[in-house]
Design a protein around this ligand. Structure first.
Ligand code: UFG
Length: 339
């Protein structure tokens, strides 16, 4: 690729890990981030890990003037759009903020790309768009639909990008549907640093191991699964990041818009996670069975064949790797990036 790759939300959990993998693969990157839920320290560490420097713009992707300035200063050929609000529960409380922010940022990004001749786009979508599916193994052609405003923003953005690619035949768009990203870079220097009390399982497991959450709730043990707890497809964030590098390569020879799952294809239960975390790290967790959480599907995992076929990519790390790397990051950075 001759031009640079713009990462919106490049200081976030998945963005920062993707930044490392792109730099290691020889790409020139530019990051734009407003640090609403991330830290400039993550990017400082990306530079330290890779030994490479790159331009960083502190700006909101919804800010047209800032995006116009960025595109007029940098030769952007492709963008990976990570930026967005992503807390499911918060989206139910603040739907307008979610629709305004996630849709507006995407529209501003795509309009600025159009004005500057950039036509390759990778979008951070989510397996949450499969909420309408009646089965557990998700293939990309299943019906889509959502159950919360966060999910609907992903769904709507997918549709917008499909329409953009249909109207302008020179666009190359990959809608990457992530399953459950966990883990951290194996150096322990970058990882997930959620704002406030985390909602997702792995950050909560670690807070339990640290004693911050005295008793971890396992939300339901009466699901139709082997041990009764919910099954998800947990994927190591470094594998996920490599999936983005593979998607960019794929877009070099593709026009149109394609949805592709990024998952391992293997589902693990909540109890599998707790047991593997204890064994891999030699720690003891304290948990109890609690009522089901509203909106949880019994099981959801990727069919990863399309990514294998088109991107020539597949996840390689094990659940033990995910647990070990997440815990290493947590122990080396007990207060995240705000040490
Ligand atoms: N869980 C617990 N206890 C906790 C937290 C979670 O038992 O304290 C359980 C949940 O009930 C669920 C599983 O752990 O069965 C995973 O929950 P997460 O919240 O970590 O992940 P989800 O699968 O619910 O959500 C993730 C992403 C969303 C995305 C969704 C779509 O966080 O952004 O996948 O598949 F929308």
């Amino acid at each position: 690729m001759k031009g640079k790759v713009l990462l919106t939300g490049g200081a976030g959990f998945i963005g920062s890990h993707t930044c490392v993998e792109l730099l290691n693969a020889g790409y020139d990157v530019v990051v734009v981030d407003n640090y609403a839920n991330s830290s400039p320290e993550a990017l400082r560490r990306v530079k330290e890990l890779t030994g490479k420097d790159f331009p960083v713009y502190q700006a909101d992707v919804c800010d047209r003037a800032a995006m116009e300035k960025l595109f007029s200063e940098q030769p952007i050929e492709a963008a990976i759009h990570f930026a967005g609000l992503k807390a499911v529960g918060e989206s139910v409380e603040k739907p307008l903020e979610y629709y305004r922010n996630n849709l507006d940022s995407t529209l501003t990004l795509v309009e600025t790309m159009r004005a500057h001749g950039a036509r390759k786009l990778v979008f951070s979508s989510s397996a949450t768009v499969y909420a309408a599916a009646s089965q557990s193994e998700m293939t990309e052609d299943l019906p889509t639909g959502c159950i919360n405003p966060y999910g609907w923003t992903k769904y709507m953005i997918e549709q917008i990008l499909r329409d953009v690619a249909f109207a302008g035949k020179d666009w190359s768009v990959a809608l990457l549907r992530y399953f459950n990203p966990v883990g951290a870079h194996e150096s322990g220097r970058i990882g997930e640093d959620p704002n406030g009390i985390p909602n997702n399982l792995m950050p909560r497991v670690m807070q339990n191991a640290l004693g911050i959450i005295p008793v971890l709730g396992v939300f339901g043990d009466d699901y139709p699964t082997p041990d009764g707890t919910c099954i998800r497809d947990y994927i190591h964030v470094v594998d996920l990041a490599k999936g983005h590098v593979a998607a960019l390569k794929y877009l070099e020879g593709f026009t149109g818009c394609d949805a592709i799952n990024l998952g391992t294809g293997t589902g693990y239960s909540v109890l599998d996670i707790l047991n593997t975390f204890e064994q891999a790290n030699g720690v003891k967790l304290r948990y109890e069975i609690q009522p089901r959480r509203a909106g949880d599907a019994a099981a959801c995992y990727a069919n990863p064949e399309k990514a294998k076929r088109l991107l020539r990519w597949q996840a390689e790390k094990t659940l033990a790797d995910m647990c070990r790397d997440a815990w290493r990051w947590q122990q080396m950075n007990p207060r995240g990036y705000n040490a």
